[in-house]
Design a protein around this ligand. Sequence first.
Ligand SMILES: NC(=O)c1ccc[n+]([C@@H]2O[C@H](COP(=O)([O-])OP(=O)(O)OC[C@H]3O[C@@H](n4cnc5c(N)ncnc54)[C@H](OP(=O)(O)O)[C@@H]3O)[C@@H](O)[C@H]2O)c1
Length: 285
Amino acid sequence: MQTHRDISKPTLVLGGTGKTGRRIAERLTARGLPVRIGSRSGAPPFDWEDRSTWAPALDGAGAVYLSYYPDLAVPGAVEAAGAFAELAVRSGVPRIVLLSGRGEPEAERAEEAVRATGAKLTILRSTWFMQNFSEDYMLEHVLSGEIRLPAGDVPTPFLDIDDLADIAVAALTDDRHVGRLYELTGPHSLTFADTAAVIAAASGRHVRYVPVTIEEHATELLGHGVAPAVVELLTYLFGEIVDGRNASTTDGVEQALGRAPRDFAGYARTAAAAGAWNAVAATGR
Ligand SMILES: NC(=O)c1ccc[n+]([C@@H]2O[C@H](COP(=O)([O-])OP(=O)(O)OC[C@H]3O[C@@H](n4cnc5c(N)ncnc54)[C@H](OP(=O)(O)O)[C@@H]3O)[C@@H](O)[C@H]2O)c1
């Protein structure tokens, strides 16, 4: 493997305790490579809301996995991602692997802002994660037995973030990925009705998809105590992005890793075996 960056220096993994970052940190550690978690609970702590934490987190790092929290679509995200990348380049950490979102105008603006810094950049432009059903906002829907979303019957080629983590680690350790933009999807496009059926089969639970309107969705989330900012973000994402523009699959995983992406049935079996859907619904929906 041709490696140009000094892999003895730690990789700063932003969101390193989150869905993608945790997997990347685990893989790097398993290879004996040093990792620095970039989050509020890291040492030193890193907080997107407190710019004084950025330089200490970058100090002495060899590369950065840049995932923004909570989402590149929120106000201020593009500017923050660009400003952080600029500081990274100025601090002598030009190697950046950026997590971006597919078909999202703000995410593409963030890509441009990071690229404009002159970073040695790899972009992972991902469709929606399969793990949203087991580790994020759709978990509660699954546990309640009804995936109630304003997604109609639009298909999405969900990505298994174990694939994303494999690609991020390859990119963080091998300069052959510098300058590449990988548009990442899973191997099949599934409607939410399809995903409910696969999860039901894997978990043994009754799970069905119930399409709702954007307004019903927002009202239900607020009723379940979801923060207004999160409701606004989800309303934006479902209103703007779930229109079929992201329905096609890509060969991004194959391009990056030389193998096929993991599929939804395999994801669901793995998540079920790990107990992801064993809990009782908190909402009693
Ligand atoms: N979900 C999808 O389907 C999807 C698809 C494409 C792209 N994306 C992108 O994925 C990114 C999120 O990545 P993810 O899902 O791997 O992360 P995640 O699980 O949502 O993130 C949680 C991580 O963020 C950290 N964090 C929370 N608040 C923070 C703050 N103020 N400053 C610094 N770190 C903070 C948390 O650690 P602490 O609590 O210790 O701070 C934790 O490590 C977003 O930019 C989104 O646009 C998501």
